[in-house]
Design a protein around this ligand. Sequence first.
Ligand code: SAM
Length: 471
Amino acid sequence: MYNPKSLKAEEFIDHEEVSESLKYAEENKDNLPLIDSIIEKAKKRKGLTHREASVLLACENEEKINELYDLAEQIKKDFYGNRIVMFAPLYLSNYCVNGCVYCPYHHHNCHITRKKLTQEEIVRETTALQDMGHKRLAIEAGEDPVNNPIEYIIESIKTIYSIKHKNGAIRRVNVNIAATTVENYRKLKEAGIGTYILFQETYHKESYERLHPTGPKHNYAYHTEAMDRAMEGGIDDVGLGVLFGLELYKYEFAALLMHAEHLEVVHGVGPHTISVPRIKHADDIDPSAFENGISDEIFAKLCALIRVSVPYTGMIISTRESQAVREKVIRLGVSQISGASRTSVGGYDEEIRPTETEQFDVSDQRTLDEVVRWLMEIHYIPSFCTACYRESRTGDRFMTLLKNRQILNCCHPNALMTLKEFLIDYASPETKKIGEELIARELEKISNEKVRAIATERIALINNGSRDFRF
Ligand code: SAM
């Protein structure tokens, strides 16, 4: 029975409720008065329920869809301004005991090269990432209690944080590892992680079990209830995601929002981020073998709907998507993107770079400098900011600030200050020129005179060698 307050996966992601919501959405997809009322509600910027949002997803009326896109764009501007936070994934190990049928790291793949970084190699990888200008990482690892125990992950996080190379430092490590115990989540929290990210892959239990035939990940309830355990372990920023292509997107979308509603009602704070990966070609994985792949149009609609349904949740898009798709969905609500990513274990350091350990093919293969320049050319501010979590603005404190729009007073100047660091330390002359002009223009937009004066002063100090200021 559907119960968003329940801690049982099958009750907060109740199959009947998802099915009923999809039926309701289908029945009302041409009900224009209802659709108008849902759009009106969304305009209040307090979000939509999974049922309301499902009606908009089912709606095919072009005029209404355009209204939705306009609203998504406006909400994105209101809550996130024109900033885009940058990050890169760092693959630690592709040893894995699971049998996920869409992932080349699956246990039965005997020909993929298996690799686990040593701490020395992690130093080299982190140094290479710092040399590009990255300040925020998402570490990734397969699930393997023998090769990748929690102690290895913790030691790796400590190594990453310890490396201060030239003017660089990794200031925030997000973690994307398999579902684990409350005790292990507590250890991750103590190690100073930012967001704990775990993709649900699919919320459809039967499909989930079929797609994860072997290994600990087969357990649907354990995986789906992971975020509750993470929060019990003290991690208050969690990142959800669905791997689009595995199941029907309408099902996944309704269930994803139900998961967000569950976290909000039980823990008082919704997900910090939502990721929207689509299945990509990889070693022994052919995306066309999956029947539920979605078009770029549906993908954009999903992004716009996530933006209006959970305005306080950041949205992440990776280099799985091409430059063109990224450009489209950034406008509709994405707030964080990766740049210059390698999905192989040891992909950043020239000397370690292995062959054929990639998790999936990357569509956007540009350098970080190119991505930063492109963002500025299309009028966004690339931000390397990591201030919130370092100022303990996490979980409900972050959400309260965001809901009161207070976050704008710190995010905008923080973005400019961290961009300035990037320009001085890592950018090409052309990127630097565009960036300096952008900073000058954007500083003028800070309405609070005191904040503008402090930001201007700090940017001058950064020019003279100081680093790591934050509001
Ligand atoms: N092993 C961890 C787990 O079990 O959650 C997470 C790390 S995995 C390196 C990160 C994510 O990559 C997975 O959760 C999955 O959604 C995604 N992924 C796996 N295979 C993929 C593929 N072929 N194309 C696109 N994304 C894929």
